[in-house]
Design a binder for this molecule. Structure first.
Ligand code: SF4
Ligand code: SF4
Length: 248
């Protein structure tokens, strides 16, 4: 049998491939959770008669990862005593919007398109980099409020801290403890990584830099040009998953 013949060609084959997949960096709790949720997603897609092509397109764009991650986030933050209850986060407290990491904030295709659509009407306006060099361009430099709050990606929804001063220190390059990401972020990343592995050889499953998409949108680039400029190298997703090892 050739390698090509092993690629899934329908949703049941995709589910079977998903059950067998091994991800680099271990198969911890987030991977197990993502695998189980993704299987339910695929089962539902199949039950609704969604074509393999449409399912593969959704996986490529990160649609299931975003939905599953969002559901995990809602479940996590509804638990009594969850880390969000003691967070110091408040409107205009934007140290976490300083994206000084090398990846510029990892987001998925569907998120990148939403960010672009939300910022395109603001083309030419001042952006977050007028406040701090590495600030997210989507930030209003005067009010330090996110201008795309409803369209903000998963990383912005899961990052929090019980100490704003620690966030300020990190934004200025000094390591500090306090901030972290909720576990839902690890499930979202694992789901996208599983989608990538399941579609290997059939479709590329990219990630994008939030800061770059936002900057391109504000500079007037159209959606495709912005996504092309912001596309990560494949290893960035696995690097990001490895960094999330100690999520809240
Ligand atoms: S994560 Fe830190 S910088 Fe961001 S809102 Fe919360 S306390 Fe403020
Ligand atoms: S999208 Fe909004 S919340 Fe996220 S980093 Fe940019 S300004 Fe901050």
């Amino acid at each position: 049998m050739s390698a090509k013949a092993r690629h899934p060609r329908d949703v049941p084959a995709l589910r079977a491939a998903l059950a067998r997949l091994r991800l680099p960096g271990g198969q911890g709790g987030a991977v197990a959770r993502a695998r189980a949720l993704l299987d339910v997603y695929l089962e539902t897609a199949e039950a609704h008669g969604e074509s393999f092509e449409a399912t593969a397109r959704a996986l490529r764009a990160g649609v299931p990862a975003i939905r599953l991650g969002g559901a995990e986030l809602s479940a996590q933050t509804s638990q009594p005593g969850n880390p969000a209850e003691s967070a110091a986060c408040a409107p205009g407290c934007a140290w976490c919007c300083v994206l000084s990491g090398p990846d510029g904030g990892v987001i998925l295709e569907a998120e990148a398109r939403r960010v672009h659509a939300a910022l395109a009407p603001l083309t030419g306006q001042p952006d977050g980099r007028e406040w701090m060099d590495d600030a997210c361009p989507a930030l209003d430099p005067d009010t330090r409020m996110c201008r795309i709050y409803e369209a903000r990606p998963m990383i912005c929804r899961t990052y929090l801290s019980d100490d704003a001063e620690a966030c300020r220190a990190i934004a200025h390059g000094t390591p500090a403890s306090g901030p972290g990401v909720l576990g839902a972020q690890s499930v979202y990343l694992a789901a996208h990584s599983l989608a990538r592995a399941a579609l290997k050889g059939l479709a590329q499953v990219p990630t994008y830099a939030l800061a770059k998409v936002a900057a391109e949108a504000l500079a007037g680039s159209d959606e495709e040009a912005a996504l092309k400029a912001a596309r990560h190298k494949p290893k960035v997703l696995e690097d990001e998953r490895a960094r999330m090892g100690g999520s809240l």
